[in-house]
Design a protein around this ligand. Structure first.
Ligand SMILES: [Zn+2]
Length: 595
């Protein structure tokens, strides 16, 4: 039980105070599109945006997977919080005071307690680093890391002691909690008690996407210390494969520069931040995971990989590229001198040169070709083929067939291997037959969604655009007749809207194609609504219907004439329809729709 007293009034205040675009914008790049904001859905994997956020209504909806709701719902879904936790998180963020019940509930919130303990440990470690004459400070100095940068990255020091942290925290937190947080290590079997996990280490703080400490990565400070780097174990608040070191601080820079720079370790990250490349995240010693790539997908369209130049680093780069290309990223790879990591480059060549190396990074295929070097003189055909196969494997993950073929063509040009031979090997892998919309060639800028009309008349797409904006739904319900519509999808969508209780709701569509049709109409930006616009749309749809009627009656009249049948009734009907068309004309004001 939470001790928060969450009333309807508090909820209304919280919804009004929370900026849904800001909250969601931390998880996916949102772009203003007309009245709403669009982006890639943070809840399912997609390459063309079908996720929309309406700031005024405070609602979000994904046309792809059906996720949707208000800001509280979003926070619950994305951070996997329960209702009171989500309310509390938003309240503290947007300065809304939630009254508390007189007595605290019997069960404490474990997750919140873990985060509190980790934050307290972080403060302790930072204070240790600030003390004069400690080993970590000396180590940082030796590696040319300024005190200011150390503070900015909130580095810490775990003293060379078995119980320094536990003595500091045990009065305030139960031992079992500190063990669960990965701060203390239980003694060997048979012995009770625990000891500090991090001892004599320089600590880097791992944060969740909201910037809260969830764990630490520690570099040993003694020559014989093993392992060299020690990370917190996984816990309810820390999942290694999902976390990118530095993400909460890098997010703004990623949005600003439309790219992310991925490095391997903490010192690589530190070096790039020192060189002013703030959109940097570290995959924490391992090659980028698919989950990490998916996380980045929502923040930046392009990734620059900056791993070590040694064989292990190059292998990790190839691994990272295959996940990045599969996610539809445009990717580049930094050339580092052999045997040097980014921190070495910073110290030897200086920050400007390091930053320049990032900017000069070639696109991934150039790097892969350099890496595999299938044109190396003296190679046998078998060797050449072997070197190409790793490349072929990576290109095979590109989800879009057309792009995959384009990249294959480039590979053919650079490797001297005929395109047909390469394509035969690349073609079968990956998903074939996907449309080309929404994916892009590496090195090209963020695409504007290209919207095909899907074979639906523009007037009917305009109608869908009205529906999805929640505008004029009563007018549409009263005026529109189903027989005016030609497209079956549009008919089903209109029927779904007719059933809604509130215009602001998004109907449930059982046909997947209908969902796509609606999302497409919503993303279509050519329609500029004006007060007269809904009327125009309806008039045009009705007029198109009447004109179809005119054509079929004319055909019937022709048939009647040839067969000697009476045509009076038909002529009368024709006259009525033409009057109806005349009556419609004067209401077309403002910007007319073009068919
Ligand atoms: Zn979705």
């Amino acid at each position: 039980m939470s001790d928060l007293d969450i009333t309807d009034a508090v909820m209304a205040e919280l919804r009004a105070a929370s900026d849904i675009v800001q909250v969601i914008g931390e998880h996916t790049r949102l772009k203003k599109a007309g009245r709403s904001w669009k982006g890639l859905c943070p809840f399912h994997n997609e390459r063309t945006p079908s996720f929309t956020v309406d700031r005024e209504k405070g609602l979000y909806h994904c046309f792809g997977c059906g996720a949707g709701g208000d800001v509280i719902h979003f926070v619950r879904q994305i951070d996997r919080l329960d209702f009171p936790e989500a309310v509390e998180a938003l309240a503290s963020r947007f300065g809304v005071t939630i009254p508390r019940r007189a007595s605290r509930g019997p069960r404490d919130d474990r997750r919140e307690k873990l985060l509190e303990a980790l934050a307290a440990a972080h403060r302790f470690y930072q204070a240790q680093l600030a003390k004069p004459g400690n080993k970590a400070a000396a180590y940082l100095k030796e590696r040319d890391v300024s005190e200011e940068l150390g503070k900015r990255l909130s580095l810490g020091y775990a003293p060379d002691s078995w119980d320094a942290l536990s003595r500091a925290l045990l009065p305030a937190f139960p031992e079992s909690l500190l063990v669960e947080a990965g701060l203390l290590q239980p003694r060997q079997e048979g012995k009770s008690g625990s000891y500090d996990r991090f001892r004599d280490r320089l600590l880097f703080v791992l944060r969740d996407e909201r910037g809260r400490p969830v764990g630490f990565g520690g570099r040993t400070l003694s020559p014989e210390g093993e392992p060299k780097y020690l990370n917190s174990p996984e816990s309810p608040v820390f999942q290694k494969k999902r976390l990118l070191y530095g993400l909460s601080d890098a997010r703004d820079a990623m949005r600003k520069h439309d790219r992310a720079v991925v490095v391997e370790g903490y010192f690589d990250h530190l070096a790039l931040v020192a060189a002013g490349i703030e959109e940097t995240v570290a995959s924490m010693g391992t090659a980028l995971t698919p989950e990490q790539a998916g996380k980045l997908r929502r923040l930046a369209p392009a990734v620059v990989v900056c791993y070590d130049g040694d064989p292990a680093g190059r292998a990790a780069t190839r691994g990272a590229l295959s996940h990045l290309l599969a996610e539809g990223f445009s990717a580049r790879v930094v050339r580092l001198p052999p045997g040097r990591d980014p921190h070495d480059v910073l110290r030897v060549e200086g920050p400007e040169r390091l930053a320049a190396r990032i900017e000069e990074a070639p696109d991934y295929l150039t790097w892969l070709l350099e890496d595999a070097n299938p044109q190396e003189p003296g190679l046998t055909s078998a060797e050449k083929s072997g070197r190409l196969s790793s490349l072929v494997e990576i290109l095979g993950v590109i989800p879009d067939t057309i792009l995959r073929h384009e990249e294959c063509r480039r590979l053919a040009r650079h490797s001297g291997v005929p395109l047909d031979l390469l394509w035969d090997r690349i073609k079968p892998s990956g998903r074939s037959g996907e449309p080309a919309t929404g994916t892009r060639a590496p090195g090209t800028p963020q695409p504007v969604p290209v919207l095909s009309d899907g074979g639906i008349l523009e007037t009917e797409r305009a109608l869908l655009s009205l529906l999805v904006r929640g505008e004029s739904i009563p007018l549409i319900r009263e005026t529109l007749k189903d027989e005016w519509l030609t497209d079956e999808s549009v008919k089903r969508i209109v029927a779904a809207y007719r059933k809604l209780d509130f215009p602001s709701q998004i109907p449930h569509l059982s046909d997947e194609n209908d969902t796509k049709v609606l999302a497409r109409a919503d993303l279509e930006e050519k329609f500029e609504p004006s007060p007269t616009w809904p009327g125009q749309v309806l008039d045009r749809i009705q007029k198109a219907y009447l004109e179809r009627r005119v054509r079929s009656i004319n055909e019937a009249i022709t048939t009647a004439k040839t067969e000697g049948q009476p045509e009076d009734d038909l002529l009368k009907e024709l006259l009525e329809i033409q009057k109806e068309i005349q009556r419609l004309k004067p209401s077309w004001k403002g910007k007319a729709l073009v068919d």
